[in-house]
Design a protein around this ligand. Structure first.
Ligand SMILES: N[C@@H](CCC(=O)N[C@@H](CS)C(=O)NCC(=O)O)C(=O)O
Length: 242
């Protein structure tokens, strides 16, 4: 059994997609970031970086429980555990890893910061907002070009590169101001084809149900959150690092 610690987040949905694709048994544990559970000593023992997702694999490599944090590392761990969604041949494997790294190093951080400026930052900050809008547009163009040339990010086959990227594109389509117009499918036809195809996979559908479960729990906890709790979540105000 795998224990998954999470909330509603593209980084967590990556992991539920992977677990569903692999058919591995798992149970979820909601981490209430509105009350600061990610900073609790018990959680920090799982992830000293105070973030979800984290998994604890009850049957780790040597048969004992094994903890993995960082969503990209979790995907690589599960691919290695099962031998699936990451090719064995060195060249094919490297291509998948390159696109996985694009998600981890660029898409996640840039999309995450743009979301922060759009949803949590006070008015103003035009330079930051514009910078992240521009960078997210650039990344959409990079993905569009790749998916116009290949069915999947890693090439011919669905892989952990797609698993990692799909939830971020879906979230961007829902929240980014510059993606809220009717001509988006026309501007990014290859991305739309890929999004539709992956969204129709039964494992992805099941993982989106798990995401809804986390949405309900997050709404409940953030519904009770005061300004101080939001400051703690955003690491600002009296929670800004000295
Ligand atoms: N690079 C990390 C990012 C994880 C991350 O940013 N998690 C957020 C939710 S999307 C979180 O736990 N935030 C709580 C906090 O930072 O206190 C990963 O891919 O796992």
């Amino acid at each position: 059994m795998i224990d998954l610690y999470g909330m509603c987040s593209p980084n967590v949905t990556k992991v539920t997609i992977m677990l569903e694709e692999l058919g591995l048994p798992y149970r979820t544990h909601h981490v209430n970031v509105a009350t600061g559970e990610q900073f609790a000593p018990d959680f920090l023992r799982l992830n000293p970086n105070n973030k979800v997702p984290v998994i604890v694999d009850g049957e780790g490599p040597d048969g004992r429980p094994f903890t993995v944090f960082e969503s990209g590392a979790i995907l690589l761990y599960l691919a290695a555990k099962t031998g699936r969604l990451l090719p064995a041949a060195p060249a094919a494997r490297s291509v998948v890893e390159q696109w996985l790294m694009v998600q981890i190093a660029s898409i996640g951080p840039m999309f995450g910061q743009y979301s922060h400026f759009c949803r949590f930052a006070p008015p103003g900050n035009d330079y930051g907002r514009d910078r992240y809008a521009s960078e997210t547009k650039r990344l959409f163009k990079v993905l569009e070009a790749r998916l116009a040339a290949a069915p999947f990010l890693g090439g011919a086959d669905y892989s952990i590169a797609d698993v990692a990227t799909f939830p971020w594109i879906r979230t961007a389509r829902a929240f980014f101001p510059w993606l809220q117009s009717d001509d988006v499918p026309v501007r990014y036809p290859a991305l739309e084809r890929w999004l539709t195809e992956i969204g129709a996979r039964p494992a992805v559908q099941r993982s989106l149900e798990v995401e809804q479960h986390f949405v309900a729990l997050d709404l409940e906890s953030f519904g009770k959150a005061d300004a101080e709790a939001v400051d703690r979540f955003c690491g600002r105000g009296r929670f800004a690092q000295p």
